[in-house]
Design a protein around this ligand. Structure first.
Ligand SMILES: *Cc1c(COP(=O)(O)O)cnc(C)c1O
Length: 357
């Protein structure tokens, strides 16, 4: 017997989450943080007021059932409340999916590179990651992912648009993929960036989940809605699956302030759409300018662009840091730059020009 407490072996194997860093100050330069896909806008109208009011009752536990939030989401999405599961960010839902559906050693299939929380949540839950390489242009290889499903597979995750590379899956490709996955396997469609998608045959997540008994949509208030600091996400899934996700959730996880802010954000739909439209326009502008300096990037459908820099990734990030901009490097692979303040773009383009392929 060891003489000190030992965590389960999988706990020691959990990769560390590398959070986007704030920019280091540079004399004479306004710093910009483009490293975490955050929304550069302040909270939507009415949100600070709703959250402030909610903060006044912080001596009370929040509504554990997030009743008002579920009602607002059900109304907005046109789905029954039993088909919803709110959580402390959609990251928490990935943990809950593994906890609810995987026995130790069961397999979770997802594309790689993709969202870095996936391997962390899968390993923490004692399951096994099966990572299927992206295509050369940063897309999911859905055929290879379907082929990677085995008897041990319990969950497959489709991240669309894919963080950090940017391309989104089409409805036709998603439909074909779901048709190939056995119906006892949970198909998670991680739609963290759905509001930013502008393509033909874009996914209609709600219509898709309605057609299947094994499809779970995960969504978040962190990106388009700009509530990253408050930690609210939700799943839309057939009632038995949503119920399982609620059953393994942390009691009272979503704070009263976060619930109030999310509800107020849903009410500001027009302002939300206007902001998203503006961020999409900034994305188009940045992609055009990067094209002019020699970059043919993977299709950017989220609020970020991806530079497939390989070994130059850390140098590129350091060069951005020199001019007061923090970006998110993935060593040996590439750099993700968030669509934040347009004032930062001149500097991004200038650095990108120096590193053009
Ligand atoms: C940001 C992100 C999320 C959501 O994060 P939360 O802040 O936990 O809601 C989920 N999936 C992907 C792919 C993301 O990039």
């Amino acid at each position: 017997m060891p003489t000190t407490p030992q965590p389960r072996p999988n706990v020691l194997a959990i990769p560390t989450y590398v959070a986007g860093k704030p920019p280091a100050p540079r004399p004479g330069l306004t710093p910009y943080k483009l490293s975490s896909n955050e929304n550069p806008y302040p909270p939507l109208p009415g949100v600070v007021e709703a959250a402030t009011e909610a903060a006044a009752v912080m001596n009370r536990y929040p509504d554990m059932g997030s009743t008002a939030l579920y009602a607002a989401l059900a109304e907005t999405l046109g789905v029954p409340v039993e088909d919803l599961a709110a959580a402390t960010g959609s990251v928490a839902l990935i943990y809950q999916l593994v906890n609810a559906f995987c026995e130790p050693g069961d397999e979770v299939v997802y594309a790689w590179r993709s969202f870095e929380a996936y391997p962390i949540a899968v390993t923490a839950g004692g399951a096994r990651s099966v990572q299927v390489p992206l295509t050369a242009d940063g897309r999911h290889d859905l055929d290879a992912m379907a082929d990677a499903v085995t008897d041990r597979t319990r969950v497959v995750i489709v991240c669309t648009p894919n963080n950090p590379t940017g391309p989104a899956v089409s409805q036709a490709d998603l439909d074909a993929f779901i048709a190939k996955v056995p119906s006892h396997v949970v198909v998670v469609v991680d739609e963290a960036y759905l509001e930013f998608v502008r393509m033909d045959d874009a996914i209609d997540g709600v219509a898709t989940y309605r057609q299947h008994r094994n499809v779970v949509l995960t969504r978040t208030f962190s990106k388009a809605y700009g509530l990253a600091g408050f930690r609210v996400g939700y799943a839309v899934a057939p009632a038995p699956l949503a119920g399982a996700l609620r059953a393994v959730s942390l009691p009272f996880g979503v704070s009263h302030v976060a619930q109030a802010a999310a509800i107020a954000s849903l009410a500001a739909k027009d302002e939300l759409l206007a902001r998203v439209e503006d961020l999409v326009a900034r994305r188009t502008d940045l992609v055009t300018r990067l094209g002019e300096v020699g970059w043919d990037l993977p299709e950017a459908q989220g609020n970020f662009v991806w530079f497939p820099l390989g070994d130059a990734a850390t140098d590129f990030a350091a060069a951005c840091g020199e001019v007061g901009i923090s970006v998110r490097p993935f060593a040996g692979d590439g750099v993700r730059v968030s669509i934040g303040e347009a004032e930062a773009f001149d500097r991004v383009v200038e650095v990108a020009a120096r590193f053009a392929p």
